[in-house]
Design a protein around this ligand. Structure first.
Ligand SMILES: *Cc1c(COP(=O)(O)O)cnc(C)c1O
Length: 368
């Protein structure tokens, strides 16, 4: 039996990628918004059905730049979720802002929009929710609260590439949305990321900020950093974008197979099918209830590991329990997120995972 990893990056053929990068040897234009960068940007604006895309070195920096570009008051409070990757919380902290953690709902793991209002103070300046596992947040309720209190909304859409709600691309919700194009994501550029937004005034600002704030040869207008996507990463993105629909269709088949095996099993909660949402099948999380299932999350993780199958405790631990924040937050303030983090396990999922492998993974879990 061969080893199964939790994820496996999709790649174009070697020939396709080489063909795409060939002209870089002639042009010698390797970074700084070259032709590959511009082509990928246009392709993504079309695919994500959104007016503006700005490309970055990675998703994390994209999120930091989005927060910085909003010019929120120093020391302001940002309502966010602890049930996410370290990046979301760290981006807020690294921008000099204070995360305030809102609990999640126990069905789709996204921020519980009914709990936001109670967390708002006169220092609150923004909300940073996460479309976790590609599950869409309650975008309408979040918009209503934000509008009511004049707050910016920046979505961490790192997991949500290609997701749509009632035909509207996920990129269009909030003041900005961040996508990660890391090698492990549904769509990738090896390392990379993007911001999407509707505000025309942000186009120049974001592009200048990611290039040291340089607006012209003798004009530097922001204390910006360096977060430009290079041409080789953009070329990988151009290739991967050609195959994205096929990629998502294969993930769908894998997901349906998991559902066939695990739906209705006592003690296993599976990721929901959301109404009016076109999903991207990014992850397959299960939540295990030891009382009913017999084994707990860590035992299932170990059982799979013994069979050389890599599952991931994703997201564990909650970001509000990290050592780097010791004494600052109480995970009991977000009890559902705390509970989920201790019982959730994401199973292997990638386009080329065979259905036979899915059968084997589920057999091992169910036969215990
Ligand atoms: C991957 C990820 C990020 C960070 O993206 P990078 O491209 O790796 O910097 C941020 N948030 C979430 C939820 C992620 O999964």
């Amino acid at each position: 039996m061969s080893k199964i990893n939790v994820t496996n990056s999709s790649m174009p053929s070697y020939e396709e990628y080489c063909e795409e990068i060939k002209e870089l040897w002639e042009s010698r234009w390797l970074t700084n918004m070259g032709v590959k960068h511009r082509t990928l940007q246009a392709g993504l604006e079309e695919y994500l059905k959104t007016p503006h895309v700005t490309l970055y070195t990675n998703g994390h920096l994209a999120l930091e730049y989005a927060i910085a570009a909003m010019e929120l008051a120093e020391g302001g409070e940002v309502i966010t979720t602890p049930f996410t990757f370290a990046s979301t919380t760290h981006a807020i902290v690294r921008c000099g802002l204070k995360p305030v953690f809102c609990d999640i709902n126990p069905v789709d793991f996204t921020m519980d929009a009914t709990k936001i209002e109670a967390l708002i103070t006169d220092k609150t300046c923004a909300i940073v929710p996460v479309h976790v596992y590609g599950n869409l947040c309650d975008v309408e309720a979040i918009k209503a609260v934000a509008d009511n209190h004049n707050l910016k909304v920046i979505y961490d859409a790192a997991h949500a590439f290609g997701v749509e709600y009632k035909g509207v691309g996920v990129a269009n919700f909030g003041d900005a949305a961040m996508f990660s194009f890391h090698a492990t994501k549904v769509f990738h550029t090896i390392e990379g990321g993007a911001l999407t937004y509707a505000d025309d005034d942000l186009v120049t600002k974001l592009n200048v900020m990611k290039n040291f704030g340089i607006a012209g040869q003798e004009s530097v207008v922001y204390a910006g950093g360096n977060a430009k996507m290079n041409e080789y990463c953009a070329a990988m993105g151009i290739c991967n974008l050609r195959h994205i629909d096929e990629e998502i269709a294969k993930r769908e088949a894998v997901t349906l197979r998991y559902r066939q095996h695990l739906e209705g099993i006592d003690g296993i909660q599976i990721n929901p099918v959301q109404e009016n949402v076109k999903p991207n099948y990014a992850y397959f999380p299960i939540v295990i209830d030891k009382e009913k299932f017999g084994l707990d999350r860590d035992e299932v993780f170990e059982l799979l590991a013994e069979n050389e199958i890599g599952a991931r405790k994703y997201f564990y631990p909650n970001t509000n329990t990290f050592e780097c924040f010791e004494g600052r937050f109480d995970p009991n303030d977000t009890p559902i997120a705390y509970h989920m983090s201790k019982n959730v396990l994401t199973l292997p999922l990638y386009a080329d995972l065979t259905l036979e492998d899915v059968d084997r993974i589920c057999e091992i879990i169910l036969e215990k």
